[in-house]
Design a protein around this ligand. Structure first.
Ligand code: ADP
Length: 161
């Protein structure tokens, strides 16, 4: 499927930075599949896969050509199972570049058909990450400018537990 692209990530939780990439990808490609990685080596998730999926689904409810799927294991295998060979990732800073460069080349080694496309962050969100949202909320800061309200509510509920 040439006009379909996968946007993979952990989305723990989804932020306006992710939503911006989704919005821009959805304007270019016929279909965007958000692939939420269930359990990579990173294990200190705040939100379960079900919670992360629910928030992503709420965030994309107005996008007609975007859907969500969760996956385990290698991105290249997930992409193959869908018959898709395009992947989009966001780049915020030079620090992202090194990791993304390594991932893109590794995926290409594993599966030559896979192409990774990068989108520059929107300058409004260049500092924004799920970790920043979690850090700020832990210290009682206002996260309403970083995530939709339904995400902020869930972050605060998590903190109360
Ligand atoms: P991962 O844990 O796989 O990096 P994330 O959910 O943190 O997954 O991010 C998914 C993708 O979204 C990554 O390519 C990341 O660089 C990108 N991304 C995250 N925040 C932003 C942002 N503020 N602007 C642009 N891209 C972003």
């Amino acid at each position: 499927m040439k006009n379909t692209i996968i946007y993979p990530g952990t989305f723990d939780p989804i932020t306006y930075g992710h939503i911006d990439i989704i919005h821009r990808a959805a304007n270019i490609f016929e279909k965007v599949i958000i692939g939420i990685i269930e359990s990579p080596l990173k294990t200190n998730f705040w939100f379960s896969i079900g919670e992360r999926r629910e928030m992503v689904e709420l965030a994309i409810k107005d996008f007609k050509n975007v859907r969500v799927q969760t996956f385990n294991g290698l991105l290249v295998d997930f992409a193959k199972s869908l018959g898709v060979n395009l992947v989009v990732r966001g780049l915020r800073a030079i620090t992202d570049f090194e990791y993304e460069f390594q991932m893109a080349l590794t995926n290409k080694k594993l599966e030559d058909e896979i192409e990774t496309i990068f989108m520059m962050t929107n300058e409004k969100y260049s500092y924004l990450s799920s970790s920043v949202v979690k850090e700020i909320s832990k210290f009682g800061g206002d996260i309403s400018q970083f995530v939709p309200e339904f995400v902020a509510d869930r972050v605060f509920k998590k903190l109360q537990k």
